[in-house]
Design a protein around this ligand. Structure first.
Ligand SMILES: [Zn+2]
Length: 90
């Protein structure tokens, strides 16, 4: 896989650290409805750049997809939709 150029410090990266075992941090629990299983994230200001190659017959093949997240990323309870961003950042 080709190395992508990261032009700004605002691009988010997820780094998986090894070795195992993973230390589980304290579980997030919604303070409003006690839900601790389903959550979702809302990403604002994300730019998707999808590169295509056009074939002889006019069809398009996807070559590469780039995502730039400028944020903010907000984290919500999947049950009562309360904004739990602060709980996740702990
Ligand atoms: Zn909730």
């Amino acid at each position: 896989m080709a190395e992508k150029k990261v032009s700004s410090s605002q691009v988010h990266k997820i780094i998986v650290k090894k070795p195992f075992p993973i230390k589980y941090k304290e579980k997030i629990k919604c303070p409003y409805c006690e839900n601790s299983e389903e959550f979702y994230e809302l990403i604002e200001n994300a730019t998707f750049i999808i590169h295509y190659f056009q074939n002889e017959d006019g069809t398009l093949d996807m070559l590469e997809e780039e995502v730039e997240i400028l944020g903010p990323i907000r984290f919500f309870c999947g049950n009562c939709h309360a904004d739990l961003t602060r709980l996740k950042e702990k």
